[in-house]
Write a protein that binds this ligand. Structure first.
Ligand code: IMP
Length: 429
């Protein structure tokens, strides 16, 4: 198989950045297929620390071409700042990054509306990056696409109409002063000069690569439980974060997207609102948060922390068709006397292993735990399975058993070298 999808099987922040960086060493093309500046993929290369929001993590591998597919939403200011940062740190981007003309542009009013709307009892706790409103415009057919920047007249007309509509909504609902459409048009046409050299028929590039046997890695953002359809709606993002989004977001046949690596952190976290059955009480959560540096890479918000939820990840693996698991941040659990995994829920007086399809029911679910012994050894230098403490191996076995997918890749620290293959190595069967 020449292609592979990397997808999160929790609520995002599973450590996909690190896994993509490791697997990108064998890839010709790395393709983001959904999401936008809401993502924050953290990658550590030696002493260098990177947080990527829009550019695929493959950019840190010199031989790799990166694609931002049409399923993504692009904030040009953010993307250009990210490109400039990468270049200033010695990474060539020109000629190695193709941005789809089909991707939608995040406009300033999308960000304003995202922040203004996300308040009160129905709050989702979004990242405030304009994601929901931008995808809403896409589906309403009132969006403005990256390719529209090539034709200033067309771009101007579409943007003026969009800004006028948003001015009316934001003034009526929130008493906000209007934006000047001419200012938005001018600003975005200024960005266009630097953005357009990267814009092309990204989807055709991906299909060509697949057709000629190149190795394509599809980079998922967020996680399956934040997928707009399969996730814990309405506490989700605005796009298809699961492998289902690859075909539409990267313009490739579903039959060619390849095997699926599902990324799970060795415990669970969630940012923003929404049900989280295995969430720990504040003191215990704070301990895990400190050890695991669980603060949002995009917003800096403290992440909610909890035990590994095998019910949720088993569901996510089933929807994703995960062939392998990559288990990340295993080292962070070192020192916990007892480890717990939720293997079922108690819901309305019944025990179930099914993941409820609605957030209201999930709010009522109480976890049924399986307990395992912990370990105290530092495992951050362990690079072979045989050298892992017995309790560590048992914990990985339990994750495998409960999720029903082999844990083939294990990460024990942020650096590339802090990774070990287990059983059947990813991509080598
Ligand atoms: P939005 O994607 O900004 O609309 O946010 C919707 C929900 O998804 C909120 O709960 C966010 O905290 C969450 N979210 C969005 N992107 C990420 C991510 O990359 N990691 C973790 N959570 C995310």
């Amino acid at each position: 198989m020449s292609s592979r999808v990397v997808v999160g099987l929790q609520w995002g922040d599973e450590g996909k950045g690190k896994v993509i960086d490791v697997l990108a060493g064998e890839a010709d093309l790395v393709v983001r297929y959904q999401g936008g500046g809401n993502a924050g993929h953290t990658v550590q290369v030696g002493h260098e620390h990177y947080v990527l929001h829009l550019v695929p993590a493959g950019i840190l591998r010199p031989g790799t071409t990166c694609v931002i597919g049409g399923g993504c939403v692009v904030d040009p200011e953010l993307l250009l700042a990210e490109i400039a940062q990468l270049e200033s740190r010695g990474h060539r981007v020109q000629g190695r990054l193709v941005v789809s003309a089909r991707a939608h542009l995040v406009l300033p009013a999308h960000k304003r509306w995202d922040v203004l709307r996300d308040k009160g009892a129905n709050r989702i706790g979004t990242t405030g990056r304009g994601i929901g409103p931008c995808y809403a415009d896409k589906v309403a057919r009132t969006g403005v696409r990256v390719g529209d920047l090539r034709d200033p007249d067309l771009f101007g007309n579409l943007t003026r109409a969009n800004v006028a509509e948003k001015n009316t909504i934001l003034s009526a609902l929130y008493g906000e002063p209007p934006s000047d459409p001419e200012e938005v048009v001018k600003r975005y046409l200024y960005f266009a000069e630097r953005l357009l050299p990267h814009v092309g028929d990204a989807e055709a590039r991906v299909r060509e690569a697949l057709g000629s046997g190149k190795r394509v890695l599809f980079e998922g953002a967020q996680g399956l439980l934040l997928d707009v359809d399969a996730g814990t709606y309405p506490f989700v993002t605005g796009s298809s974060a699961g492998p289902g989004g690859v075909a539409t977001g990267a313009g490739v046949p579903p039959s060619q997207t390849g095997d699926v690596v599902g990324v799970v952190k060795a415990y669970a976290t969630r940012v923003g609102e929404g049900p989280f059955p295995t969430e720990l009480p504040p003191e215990e959560a704070a301990r895990l948060r400190e050890r695991g540096a669980e603060f949002g890479a995009t917003t800096g918000r403290p992440r909610r922390c909890g035990w590994f939820d095998a019910v949720a990840s088993r569901y996510a693996a089933a929807v994703s068709g995960a062939d392998h698991l990559a288990v990340t941040k295993l080292d962070i659990l070192g020192g916990e006397k007892k480890l717990r995994l939720a293997v079922a829920y108690k819901l309305d007086g019944r025990e179930t292993t099914e993941f409820p399809g609605d957030a209201v029911a999930l709010h009522r679910a109480e976890p049924v735990y399986r307990e395992l012994p912990g370990w105290t050894e530092d495992i951050t230098d362990v690079t072979s399975e045989a050298r892992l403490p017995e309790a560590c191996r048992r914990y990985l076995d339990a994750i495998e058993e409960e999720v029903g997918v082999p844990a083939s890749l294990v990460s024990v620290g942020p650096e590339r070298r802090q990774s070990l293959a287990r059983g059947v190595e990813v991509g080598r069967e």
